[in-house]
Write a protein that binds this ligand. Structure first.
Ligand SMILES: Cc1cc2nc3c(=O)[nH]c(=O)nc-3n(C[C@H](O)[C@H](O)[C@H](O)COP(=O)(O)OP(=O)(O)OC[C@H]3O[C@@H](n4cnc5c(N)ncnc54)[C@H](O)[C@@H]3O)c2cc1C
Length: 412
């Protein structure tokens, strides 16, 4: 079995798909090495193992709204594409979504997946509770209020603490979003006033090839929030795709037409797959204060980047306190690259970008490609050693560990 992009074949001995939580518990108890698998959208080896893999999409799907608590509890195999319309029908919403809704909630949370917005934290920050199967097949319940000392370490956990079976997420009243695209914005203008551009709407993305000197700014405005002046008067007259020239059929609705939050915050519609996986990805989380320096550093590499690039995207993420979140402790600007599926050509370019961005405090996305050694990555996380201890406590025999996890968290 391979990942969504077919760029990585998992080294697993077996892939299981239990039908009930009890079956899952028995499976975990009798297996010496096992890891959970979501919708397989990661490009790194984060989900890989030479032990067994277990899929959660065979378990009965459940989504249970608790309006009094302002939460929804979902089974771990649930994808945002199923959760979002369910919430909206009931009059509720999530604060944020990633660029596509096809990904599983548990897998996204486990890797610190994010959308965009100065005020929006990564998707895992919405988690207030989770249930997981521990190494003995035991069911463990953890909550933000009940386990305040370690909960922040258990949410973005890269699958290393156990198999998550249920997650409880914060919700808010449903809202409407209107999406517009401003084409041909000079990168100089963005770099000079990152606050104006990324503060112009609830969620903002900049797409560019870095070489043209221009990008398109996607503004996702909440209709219940005040409008900003930036970007007015230069909107695209027809819908576009993030990659210039590609058919916009799979893009979410634009041209300023208001609609439900979940049909505007992602770039791609749930009913259409945004491509056949003919891509690779890497992404870096930097302190927001480094935005202009990072713009200059990446632009200096534009002639190497553009020939192997589908498209690049810049977003912002509010800082959080989740130990392994790549936005831990700081408001963040992220630099994402969707590459051609040509690893030998892409790898040296990734290395060149990282040579520039790592000294600026970059943290590579856990789920995407990187050329940076593991110890340099964990050095960017002040709570990495605490996480290593937490993993040891939950999983003393290393049942949920893998080469990927061992490289990062051994000897801290
Ligand atoms: C087209 C595309 C668009 C993307 N857009 C974004 C984006 O906008 N923002 C962003 O930040 N990232 C983005 N990503 C990356 C993506 O969000 C991550 O790869 C995320 O992990 C996907 O979830 P998954 O279910 O596919 O995880 P998988 O790749 O299946 O697994 C990832 C990790 O989650 C763990 N895991 C999964 N389920 C469980 C469970 N039940 N219990 C414990 N651990 C579990 C696995 O063990 C593994 O460590 C994108 C990827 C693609 C391919």
């Amino acid at each position: 079995m391979s990942n969504w992009a077919s760029s990585l074949t998992y080294g697993a001995r077996r892939v299981h798909r239990p039908r009930t939580v009890d079956e899952l518990r028995a499976l975990v108890a009798r297996t010496d090495r096992i890891r959970a698998l979501g919708t397989r959208h990661s490009f790194s080896g984060v989900a890989d193992t030479t032990g067994d893999l277990v899929r959660l999409d065979g378990l009965a799907e459940s989504m249970l709204l608790n309006p009094e608590a302002g939460t929804v509890t979902v089974s771990a195999g649930t994808r945002y594409a199923e959760l979002a319309p369910y919430l909206h029908r009931a009059g509720y919403a999530l604060g944020n979504m990633a660029s596509l809704p096809h990904i599983s909630v548990a897998g996204s949370v486990a890797t610190g997946t994010h959308g965009s917005g100065d005020g929006q934290r990564c998707l895992a920050a919405a988690v207030s509770g989770l249930e997981l199967v521990g190494p003995e097949g035991d069911l463990v319940e953890l909550g933000r209020d009940t386990h305040a000392d370690e909960f922040a370490g258990t949410v973005v956990a890269l699958g290393a603490l156990g198999v998550v079976t249920r997650l409880t997420l914060d919700v808010e009243p449903a809202y409407q979003v209107a999406q517009t695209v401003c084409p041909d914005v000079p990168l100089d203008e963005v770099a000079e006033d990152v606050d104006a551009v990324f503060g112009a709407a609830y969620s903002v993305s900049l797409f560019t090839d870095w070489r043209s000197g221009h990008g398109s700014v996607w503004l996702k405005r909440r209709t219940d929030r005040p409008d900003s002046r930036w970007g007015r008067g230069r909107q695209a007259a027809a819908p576009v795709h993030p990659v210039p020239g590609v058919d916009p059929a799979s893009s979410t609705e634009q041209l300023g037409v208001p609609g439900p939050w979940y049909q505007r915050l992602p770039h791609f519609r749930p009913e259409l797959t945004p491509g056949a996986g003919e891509e690779l990805q890497s992404e870096y989380f930097l302190p927001r204060s480094q935005a202009a320096t990072a713009f200059a550093a990446i632009r200096a590499l534009a002639d190497r980047i553009a020939p192997v690039l589908h498209i690049a995207e810049v977003r912002t993420v509010r800082g959080d306190d989740l130990w392994l979140s790549s936005a831990y402790g700081r408001d963040t600007v992220t630099f994402h690259f969707t590459w051609l599926k040509d690893l030998p050509s892409v790898r040296p370019v990734i290395a060149a970008i990282e040579e520039q961005l790592m000294p600026l405090g970059a943290r590579p996305h856990w789920a995407k490609l990187t050329e940076t050694p593991a110890e340099r990555i964990t050095a960017g996380y002040p709570r990495a050693a605490d996480f290593a201890r937490l993993a040891e406590k939950h999983d003393p025999d290393g049942k949920f560990r893998s080469a990927f996890i061992d490289q990062l968290f051994t000897n801290l």
